[in-house]
Write a protein that binds this ligand. Structure first.
Ligand code: ZN
Length: 256
């Protein structure tokens, strides 16, 4: 049997929003926003990326020893990875060297992404959102707007002023501020078949659990839900493209 819990999410745009969809050769619209059929959407991967970013920041703010530029040994299991399967860039490597993100290795090459099986265990973010080779406990939805795309308008970023100019060439399609998107996030609470329980370390193939961070017993199901899911969703303040230009500011409500 599978038991799940639903979290209702409402995202309201506080500024013009652009999350890229496919260019449409029929209308000649380039830089179109994401839609499914006639509905505006915020794709699941975009929301997942924003949640992951919030979780990384939260874990680093909470546990990182900024004074000594290192991750405290007693909280190693809480250290986030960068969720990258490939080689890390120089910039990323600097963050790993500073101890903010996990160093994992793959055949002797430096990586920063949890994988299973591994000797390091899996970070709390990958526990929730999934890691390579192992699904997570959250299913992140596509959020759908109640408005049809005729609420859209075009703008262009004036690079000198950092504002939106109208009626120019090569416009960006934008979602208006005040648009509400809704969707339902699902937490997997129990999967009897696999023997998984939300908030408990998973036992896989009788080997040591990859979920070391839960072995301390400090994280109850309620605490994870509040601190790592609901509050982190609510903390998302921007999403999508051109954020340095003031686009993409949002407010998120999350209700159990
Ligand atoms: Zn990870």
């Amino acid at each position: 049997m599978i038991r799940e819990q639903k979290i209702e999410i409402t995202l309201t745009t506080l500024a013009p929003l652009h999350i890229g969809g496919r260019d449409n050769p029929l209308t000649g619209m380039e830089n179109a926003v994401a839609k499914i059929g006639e509905r505006l959407v915020i794709p699941g991967p975009s929301l997942k990326g924003a949640l992951r970013h919030q979780l990384e920041r939260y874990l680093i703010d909470t546990y990182y020893d900024a004074q000594n530029h290192r991750w405290p040994k007693q909280h190693l299991a809480m250290q986030p990875c960068m969720a990258s399967a490939g080689n890390v860039s120089e910039e990323e490597y600097a963050l790993i060297q500073a101890g903010k993100y996990r160093l994992t290795s793959d055949g002797g090459r430096d990586r920063s992404g949890c994988a299973y099986p591994s000797s390091f265990g899996i970070c709390p973010i990958c526990y929730l959102l999934g890691a390579q080779g192992l699904t997570g406990f959250l299913r992140i939805p596509f959020l759908e707007a109640d408005q049809l795309p005729d609420g859209l308008y075009s703008g262009r970023v004036d690079r000198s002023k950092g504002t939106i100019a109208h009626g120019t060439n090569r416009p960006y399609e934008l979602v208006r501020e005040g648009t509400a998107f809704r969707g339902t996030l699902t937490i997997l609470l129990n999967d009897d078949m696999r023997g998984w329980t939300f908030g408990q370390p998973r036992r896989l193939d009788g080997t040591r659990t990859p979920d070391r961070w839960l072995e301390s017993g400090e994280w109850s199901e309620q605490r994870i839900r509040k601190e790592l899911i609901i509050e982190r969703l609510r903390a998302i303040s921007d999403i999508g493209g051109y954020r340095s230009k003031g686009f993409g500011q949002v407010q998120i409500q999350a209700r159990e």
